[in-house]
Design a protein around this ligand. Sequence first.
Ligand SMILES: *Cc1c(COP(=O)(O)O)cnc(C)c1O
Length: 425
Amino acid sequence: MLNTSRSHALLERARAVIPGGVNSPVRAFAAVGGEPPFMARGEGPWMFDVDGNRYLDLIGSWGPLILGHAHPAVVEAVGKAMALGASFGCPTEGEVLFAEELCAAHPSLEQVRLCSSGSEATMHAIRLARGATGRDSIVKIDGCFHGAHDAVLVAAGSGVATFARPGSPGIPQAVADLTRTAPFNDLDTVRAQLERGDIAAVILEAVAGNMGCIAPAPGYLQGLRELTRAHGALLIIDEVMTGFRLARGGACERFDIDADLVCLGKIVGGGLPLAAFGGRAELMGRLSPVGPVYQAGTLSGNPLAVAAGRATLALLSDELYLRLEEIGAQVEAGLRPLVEARGLSMVRVGSMFTVYFRSQAPADFEQVKGCDLEAFGRFHRAALEEGIYLPPSQFEAAFLPAILRDEDVAFLIAGLGRAMERALG
Ligand SMILES: *Cc1c(COP(=O)(O)O)cnc(C)c1O
């Protein structure tokens, strides 16, 4: 058993002043049982809690930390930026260079607007789509997560699924009614929604990472592209998780998708609060101050976040993506036989993966809900004792950082193998 006495004491205090003791619900471990360790510091692929326990980190702050914790280049860049002033609320050179870098990296971006969270990025992209098309409804795919705002908190996977609520009290029915849903990998339902003629946009994660990791079926993304185009709706690919992870140009590059609008976050902020949305110049030109669609943010393009983002992107070389693919393949080669021998399944796309407590790999949200969630909880707790920090929910993908060494990969495979055995034993 891990010694977690200091974490336990902090959790007690936290619960008095923060609802549930956490600032984002899944951190509380409600889906897996037990108490969350409080983290003290990170170094490369490792996190250390306040009791001195060490964990190989497979959440990477829920996606951003493709270079691991406290990468020296990122630390240095943020320190330098801080010394020059944390925020101005005025334009800066760094924002321009960063926007140029994002547009050069992603195939669907001619212009971007920076903001501070993925939730903001999808909220603004949806408003822009509504403003541009003059239509009010959107189609959202079941189990995809686009942040915690009203329009998208319907059948939203991960946190919401973990707490078994279809949406959330506090979202007006009139607002929820404007969000139609369709299962992942199902084109017929989307077609039927689009035929009503009032859909501004279809929004989805091209590789779902908020209901475990689910890959798009062959033809699904292309089908959505053709259907949206035929019905005058926009295709919004939410790459907050997949952007700069599945390739430099995200899922759009990896699957050759031509999105109308793209949302970025997580990796682009290098661990600081930063996100972006963008698309063709003609569409982005409808945003204020050029066009009539309003969008704003006090800390948008914050110099510290831009510095962290630019330092991170500068290290994302072709060699790094090759290494990341190699790490993903090594993990899969080691884990898949262990998973299948125990009657479980696994999905991996690049450096994202999920072990499912279900014999067949799921293709949509309904199938993920059929997993043995109790067994997943035991797996999670056993992995922690092995020094491996998995996402604390069956509905979340694990992320591999590009800095894992071969011995770290071996540690991961052996530890998860034993954890699986204990979960099922
Ligand atoms: C994390 C995530 C978001 C929300 O980003 P925040 O920065 O937490 O607001 C949106 N979309 C996807 C696909 C995500 O994974």
